[in-house]
Design a protein around this ligand. Structure first.
Ligand SMILES: NC(=O)c1ccc[n+]([C@@H]2O[C@H](COP(=O)([O-])OP(=O)(O)OC[C@H]3O[C@@H](n4cnc5c(N)ncnc54)[C@H](O)[C@@H]3O)[C@@H](O)[C@H]2O)c1
Length: 382
């Protein structure tokens, strides 16, 4: 068995996503399992250098992850030919600056979403990579969620008949920080415009690739955003004014004719099966997927309800749904990392490029325009 080492610079690794999802649950887990199996006699072994600004925090993560190398001088490590991949999980507003440097250094580029805070920059970054012939990609983790994989399978099997509409409900309560016993579980930059914040920019990137993949290309969007909570407390205990949206109510039309409505909010309390639920209604059946499980109701088991608020509801609307348990799958971020490493090492297809990621930024930008101008906005082809 040959082992090929792939050097990866992990930038912004001390953040929530960098440390938990990318370092520990993806790259360290891949290494612990002996690498990515790539054919009968080859394994791809990630060798990570942890890049960031704070030496002590990097060292603590090095100890936890078992990847010993750290770097606070990014220029120096970008010049090091032993590292062929640059990955960025820093805050959204820093992404483009970091990617520019990695592209100039000739690295393969992979990053968290959104690719950039505006479409023009996202497309320019994609073009720069393409011109330089650099492998490139953006995280689209929801595509590998077990619940989403079940929806894709049901669609491919024709379970739904003709798909009519899709309802996505995403969100949970993010504590404001005013109560010291309940610290906020998201970084304060999420609530500041000009720092890459806002739930529209954050979540519509996800909804774009999810809808495009499952139901048809998004063609038009209508969005109402809101800043429901105007004041929060930051990481250092300082009260600050929020300057961007913390909820959005979005309707989208696909080229397939499917109509999708997605609510996204950091200001709701959960009384549903999961943090994200996606209900798909079709002529032959419906499904409601969470992150892992999925429930289906076939046409034959569809109840015939009647409206009579004067009597107890005789129907149990939860009956008639069958649970499809999650298939055993690796972590969604890890699954995409494995595909990216095979793309870099073996040239295997990787459709989740920076250009594909730019479509998410486009949807966010058009949604913001729709909200501002209080009208439907059509999306151009990318
Ligand atoms: N795929 C997903 O489901 C998902 C979920 C959450 C966040 N994200 C994305 O991941 C990215 C990071 O989000 P997060 O929640 O981990 O944020 P975070 O604030 O926890 O982490 C940000 C990281 O960037 C670093 N950083 C900040 N300023 C920097 C600078 N000037 N120079 C270098 N590094 C700097 C911080 O030290 C930290 O390591 C965002 O772009 C966000 O949109 C993706």
């Amino acid at each position: 068995m040959d082992v090929r080492r792939i050097g990866i610079i992990l930038n912004g690794v001390t953040g929530r996503m960098g440390s938990n999802q990318h370092l520990l649950r993806s790259l360290a887990a891949i290494r612990d399992d002996g690498g990515v199996v790539a054919g009968d006699d080859l394994r791809l072994l990630p060798d990570v250098i942890l890049a960031g600004r704070e030496r002590e925090r990097l060292q603590e993560l090095a100890n936890r992850s078992g990847f010993a190398q750290t770097a606070t001088d990014l220029n120096q490590v970008l010049e090091d030919p032993r590292y062929e991949v640059f990955f960025d999980a820093s805050g959204t507003s820093f992404r483009a600056g970091f990617l520019d440097r990695a592209i100039a250094a000739g690295k393969a580029v992979y990053c968290e979403k959104p690719v950039a805070t505006d479409l023009q920059t996202a497309l320019r970054l994609a073009t720069d990579c393409e011109r330089a012939g650099l492998p490139n990609g953006v995280v689209q983790d929801k595509l590998w969620l077990p619940g989403v994989c079940t929806l894709r399978r049901l669609r491919d099997e024709g379970f739904f008949g003709r798909i009519l509409s899709v309802r996505g409900e995403f969100g949970y309560w993010v504590f404001t920080g005013h109560d010291a016993a309940e610290p906020p579980q998201r970084p304060s930059w999420n609530y500041r415009s000009g720092e890459g914040g806002g739930i529209i920019l954050d979540m519509l990137c996800h909804w774009r690739y999810l809808i495009d993949d499952l139901f048809g290309e998004v063609r038009s969007v209508s969005c109402l955003g809101a800043m429901h909570v105007p004041e929060r407390v930051d990481e250092s205990g300082q009260v600050y004014r929020c300057t961007t949206d913390d909820a959005c109510y979005v309707t989208m039309e696909c080229d397939s004719g499917v109509i999708c409505q997605f609510n996204s909010s950091w200001t709701v309390r959960v009384r549903r099966d999961d943090l994200l639920t996606i209900q798909v209604d079709g002529t032959a059946g419906s499904a409601v997927a969470g992150l892992r499980d999925c429930f289906v109701q076939r046409h034959e088991r569809t109840p015939r309800p009647f409206w009579n608020p004067d009597a107890e509801q005789p129907l149990d609307f939860h009956a008639g749904w069958e649970r499809i348990a999650a298939a055993e799958q690796v972590n969604a971020f890890r699954a995409q990392w494995e595909a990216f490493l095979k793309h870099v090492a073996l040239g295997e297809p990787f459709p989740w490029t920076l250009r594909a990621g730019a479509k998410g930024v486009q949807l966010a930008e058009c949604a913001l325009q729709s909200w501002r101008e209080r009208r439907w906005v059509d999306l151009d082809s990318i």
